[in-house]
Design a protein. Structure first.
Length: 104
């Protein structure tokens, strides 16, 4: 069995970067297909009944990409807010700085 290890911030960032690249690629491919479908429908309106369901699938792909982006933004914000937790030493240093300014 594989060894269990804790995910580091860098591991998480690498996964987020990979997910963002996949999302961007999926959106690019879906957009290209939608443009092609639109061109085919424009040149032959009879194709509309066949191509509309295909176009709908590509629009769904783009909507899923948007949902994935929102989830990634949520993860990033959560990670940033957790990064704002101050250690006792940080708090003491800030207190010392504040006290020093008040005494001046």
């Amino acid at each position: 069995m594989g060894e269990y290890r804790t995910m580091t911030r860098q591991d998480l960032q690498n996964l987020i970067d990979e997910a963002l690249n996949n999302i961007r690629n999926d959106r690019k491919v879906a957009r290209e297909f939608l443009n092609e479908i639109a061109n085919q429908i424009a040149s032959d309106s009879e194709q509309n009944k066949y191509l509309s369901p295909v176009a709908a699938k590509h629009i769904e792909t783009m909507q899923r990409s948007n949902e994935q982006l929102v989830k990634i933004i949520g993860l990033k914000q959560k990670g940033q807010s957790q990064g704002l937790d101050l250690s006792d030493e940080d708090k003491n240093n800030l207190f010392d700085i504040i006290q020093g300014k008040q005494e001046a």
